[in-house]
Design a binder for this molecule. Structure first.
Ligand SMILES: NC(=O)c1ccc[n+]([C@@H]2O[C@H](COP(=O)([O-])OP(=O)(O)OC[C@H]3O[C@@H](n4cnc5c(N)ncnc54)[C@H](O)[C@@H]3O)[C@@H](O)[C@H]2O)c1
Ligand SMILES: O=C(O)[C@H](O)COP(=O)(O)O
Length: 540
């Protein structure tokens, strides 16, 4: 059986991105698939990469039979989430391309480039018909002052335009730095000679430009849209163009793509249209391809995706800081569940985080999701990720409660320790049961590496890399040597070893980190050492 995942690339992706995917997976580049062909292929794929031209709808997820784990670019988010499929996008690599396309539309519209070109090619020479308008000194209102909007504003300033912006959520200092005044929506649309749209399509931005708002605009305003077609009521725009309220519009995006051939809007003589080309430069496509390929490969490897659309969004710097704790969380979940004796169902798990950080400063959703992944994956065939962790836990009747202990001291590191306790179960390793009767494991991050620091009532210290052998023994000289030599004979490398004991010569727990899996015979030999009372081998 082929262990490599299969990635379906259903729309043209830059070569660098495809090469990156090929290093990790079998890559099937099949473009122009019909919806039926896509549904047939998807059942053989672990990941799918599309651009805005492919509709990834509920049928696609249903046809995948649960195999699809990640989609590069938007899809039907609710369906993706229910199917535990992560959606990642490439949010930054096409920003400049979209801004440049906005400026290209602005300048070519002002000088009738597209219409004049068509006229010359038709054998005409209509110099007076295509007199344009100048940009210098004109007011441009940028609606949506995010990544693309702010780059458009910066470039329009260079053209000598007076730039204002409306964005209810934009930071004032970013606008100030570019020399742009943030104004209300009504002020922006009432004073603008040009309006450029750069907001996402959401319930509140849908049809933001409509009959009512066109009526508030300066007569002769010019509109540019490289955002999403749905932010304009297209029928209202046609009326506003016919009435001369809007002198011209330059549109890269449409409510329906491609628009109908006889669309009044597209056919309007004062409209310049491009087929969703905002992101289509050679450079942006290479950048997007790499950004999306890295995110898809990372997601298939189970890494955290900073560009996830349907999982807790965690800023990149927070992700970097939390990375070892996320790994610790998953490994503690894995260890804890493997300590449960077969047959006893895991229903109640308590997670405790000890941290000097205030709760607002520490988002534990990621950690909880990874503990859930660690708890569920070893005992089921379900693939758990950030997207479906809470959903999957609920479905399995697994109740995870969280508690925080606020520590004194400086909150330099996000967490001091994480403790995972499983209640109402028996353990394969009795020493893992704490005084209060639960299976208890506790871990910390030391020098960036997750460590197991407590099992039941025993303090241990073993780095959570490779796998672990836990032995309970009567504390006496020579035990480390005996176990060590059995492993050495088996060519198993010991990465860490520690002994936690109640008192000298009383019971002790030895935790041994191993790089390779010992053979059954070696494990049996360890179990047969007379002083060893119980032992367990745990895979991480
Ligand atoms: N044509 C293309 O090929 C192309 C390429 C890239 C991006 N886009 C589109 O361009 C748009 C902007 O992309 P971005 O990367 O700059 O996104 P972004 O998230 O960086 O910026 C969007 C901005 O819109 C603001 N906003 C939200 N609601 C608003 C409202 N009601 N009024 C005004 N502003 C509002 C947000 O606060 C944010 O600052 C998106 O719709 C995106 O899909 C299109
Ligand atoms: O959805 C986007 O990010 C942009 O609109 C670009 O879409 P495209 O990759 O289909 O050009």
């Amino acid at each position: 059986m082929d262990a490599k995942p299969t990635i379906l690339v259903a729309e043209k992706l830059g070569e660098a991105g495809v090469n990156l995917l090929k290093e990790f997976a079998n890559v099937d580049c099949s473009y122009n698939l019909s919806p039926e062909e896509l549904c047939t292929k998807i059942s053989l794929c672990d990941a799918l990469i599309v651009r805005s031209g492919t509709k990834v709808n509920r049928e696609v997820f249903e046809s995948s039979g649960g195999r699809l784990k990640v989609v590069g670019r938007d899809g039907v988010l609710a369906a993706a989430t229910e199917h535990g499929c992560l959606v990642v996008n490439a949010p930054t690599a096409n920003t400049v391309a979209a801004a440049e396309h906005g400026i290209a539309l602005l300048t070519s519209m002002a000088r009738n480039i597209a219409q004049a070109d068509a006229s010359v090619k038709a054998g005409k020479w209509e110099r007076s018909k295509y007199v344009g308008v100048s940009l210098v000194g004109k007011t441009l209102a940028v609606l949506g002052f995010g990544k693309v909007g702010s780059e458009v504003a910066r470039r329009a300033k260079g053209l000598g335009m007076h730039v204002i912006a409306h964005d209810p959520y934009a930071p004032a200092d970013r606008a100030r730095a570019i020399g742009v005044g943030l104004v209300s929506f009504d002020e922006a649309i009432a004073s603008a000679d040009f309006i450029s749209l750069h907001m996402p399509l959401t319930a509140s931005t849908s049809k933001m430009l409509n009959d009512e708002t066109f009526a508030k605009m300066k007569k002769g305003v010019r509109i540019i849209n490289v955002a999403r077609g749905g932010v304009i009521d297209e029928e209202a725009l046609v009326k506003a163009l016919d009435a001369g309220i809007v002198a011209q519009a330059a549109l890269d995006v449409f409510t329906e793509e491609p628009p109908a051939k006889d669309s009044k809007l597209v056919q309007h003589e004062n409209v310049t249209a491009t087929p969703h080309l905002g992101a289509s430069t050679m450079e942006a496509q290479e950048g997007v391809a790499i950004e999306v390929a890295e995110a898809v490969v990372g997601a298939l490897k189970g890494e955290l995706a900073a560009t996830a659309v349907n999982a807790p969004m965690v800023p990149a710097q927070v992700l970097t800081e939390l990375k070892p704790y996320v790994s610790l969380a998953e490994k503690l979940g894995r260890l804890a569940v493997q300590l449960v004796a077969g047959g006893s169902g895991v229903k109640t798990v308590k997670v405790t985080y000890a941290s000097a950080r205030a709760p607002d400063d520490l988002d534990t959703r990621l950690l909880r999701a990874m503990i859930t992944k660690g708890l569920i994956e070893p005992i089921s065939s379900v693939f758990v990720n950030l997207v479906n962790a809470d959903f999957t836990a609920k479905q399995r009747g697994l109740r995870i409660t969280e508690e925080r202990i606020l520590l004194d001291g400086s909150p330099e590191s996000p967490l001091e320790l994480i403790q995972v306790q499983i209640a109402n179960v028996e353990s394969r390793f009795a020493s893992a049961i704490s005084d209060s009767g639960e299976i208890k494991v506790e871990g910390r991050v030391k020098d960036g590496v997750p460590h197991l620091t407590r099992v039941g009532s025993f303090e241990v210290d073993v780095s959570l890399e490779g796998s672990i052998i836990l032995c309970r023994q009567v504390d006496q000289p020579g035990m480390i040597g005996k176990v060590g030599s059995i492993l050495a004979e088996d060519n198993v490398n010991v990465s860490f070893m520690s002994v936690g004991r109640i008192a000298p010569r009383k019971q002790a727990v030895m935790a041994i980190g191993v790089d390779e899996e010992p053979t059954k015979q070696s494990l049996k030999k360890i179990g047969d050492i007379p002083a060893i009372e119980e032992f367990v081998y745990l895979k991480l």
